[in-house]
Ligand binder design. Structure first.
Ligand code: PMP
Length: 400
């Protein structure tokens, strides 16, 4: 019997969505979910993706299995988007298609558990980090540690503490780095700060495990958002592996499109690594789904669609940036005496507001505004129609 199977706790974000759905007030806002919404509050399928889908349909492709590493046109174009010229012609980069970013982290964790040599088998993640990181890596049989990242006093980067922690890690540790648009804080290092972080990672002979779930979405410029990743690769001093997701920047959430890649020393090393990635993937899910990867490949390799896509990514990033500015301005106009500059300093889909769990509870109870109890707001849920109401609500729960 299965009588010994206990009820597990519900997922924090899904719990918020449930509470939001039950709320009948017309002013209600869901600021929990990490998916882009238009200024009308609607899910957004990118025009470049719609057009790619029409083009694929017209080709009448079959549904045969692809290679274990997925759709070749996709993995090539995805690696090109991530690394550009930083790894040379990509002949030394081993890439496999994955079940979006989460699957990439899982395949990557498996790879590191099996092949990360003499060093410490602990992945160090920032405090705080995306809620799923620890669970994914533990399920790979890795240990999970933390380094300090966020400064609650300034709502910004705790650079000194972060460097101190990175320098104190056992030699050859694995360091997980959010490539851009850090989730949940929205706090990214500047280029100068990245250079110091890079130096600390290299000095410890650590593996840099980049998680890039928002390329293009942070600044609106896909090259700029990959800047830290490319700087590590170009320097060539730290081993670099990458989990890449197209959920956010192409709006392909449920299509589950991503890659895991390892920068090797040369083409021979790449071939050996790729053979092992296949051995990891084969018993896990045999080979990945094709439709989303074909869509992404079409968008990335058709020059017209690529240009349209980059414009749409910039449009999404700009709307987020505009909503940050509007929220801050409305809070200040409402007479809030608290500093809100961090709202506009932070970047990407999420804002770590500094609201306490009690204030978050009051927002839900009294104002029908739902977010996670760590005070994280998904800016994508804000529109020009509800930003004023949100500012008034936040002001109400934060004034002394
Ligand atoms: N890493 C980070 C930091 C994320 O924010 C996300 C998406 N919330 C992911 C990975 C993976 O998402 P997905 O599996 O949908 O690509």
């Amino acid at each position: 019997s299965w009588a010994h199977v206990e009820m597990g706790p519900p997922d924090a974000i899904l719990g918020i969505t449930e509470a939001f759905k039950r709320d009948a007030d017309p002013r209600k806002m869901n600021l929990g979910a990490g998916a882009y919404r238009t200024d009308a509050g609607k899910p957004y399928v990118l025009s470049a993706v719609r057009r790619a889908e029409a083009a694929l349909l017209a080709q009448g492709l079959d549904k045969e299995y692809q290679a274990i590493t997925g759709v070749g046109a996709f993995t090539r174009a995805a690696a090109e988007l991530a690394y550009a010229g930083a790894a040379g012609d990509l002949g030394r980069v081993a890439v496999t298609q994955t079940i979006s970013g989460t699957g990439a982290l899982r395949v990557g964790g498996e790879f590191l558990r099996r092949f990360h040599g003499g060093g410490e088998r602990t992945v160090y993640v920032p405090a705080p980090t995306w809620g799923n990181h620890a669970a994914v890596f533990r399920d790979c049989g890795l240990k999970v540690g933390q380094y300090r990242y966020f400064d609650a006093q300034t709502n910004g980067l705790a650079l000194g503490a972060m460097l101190e922690d990175l320098r104190a890690l056992p030699r050859g540790s694995i360091v997980l780095l959010h490539a851009c648009a850090h989730n949940p804080t929205g706090v990214d290092p500047t280029a100068a700060q990245w250079a110091e972080i890079q130096q600390a990672v290299e000095a410890g002979e650590h593996v840099a495990f980049f998680d890039m779930a928002y390329q293009g979405f942070a600044s609106g410029d896909a090259d700029r958002d990959a800047g830290a990743l490319r700087a590590f690769v170009a320097a060539g001093r730290a081993p670099v592996v990458l989990a890449q997701s197209f959920a956010k920047n192409m709006g392909l959430y449920g299509e589950r499109v991503g890659t895991f890649s390892v920068v090797g020393a040369d083409a021979q090393e790449r071939a050996r690594i790729e053979s092992q990635l296949k051995i990891i993937v084969r018993p896990m899910y045999s080979n990945p789904p094709v439709h989303g990867a074909r869509l992404a490949a079409e968008v990335l390799t058709n020059p017209e669609l690529r240009a349209e896509w980059l414009g749409e990514v910039k449009g999404m990033a700009d709307r987020i940036i505009a909503m940050r500015a509007a929220l801050r301005a409305r809070l200040e106009d409402a007479g809030s005496a608290r500093p809100w500059q961090h709202i506009t300093d932070q970047i990407g889909m999420f804002c770590y507001t500094g609201l306490t769990p009690e204030q978050v509870d009051r927002l839900a109870r009294d104002f029908h505004v739902y977010l996670t109890r760590d005070g994280r707001v998904s800016i994508a849920g804000i529109t020009s129609g509800n930003v004023q109401y949100l500012a008034e609500s936040i002001h109400s729960v934060t004034k002394a």
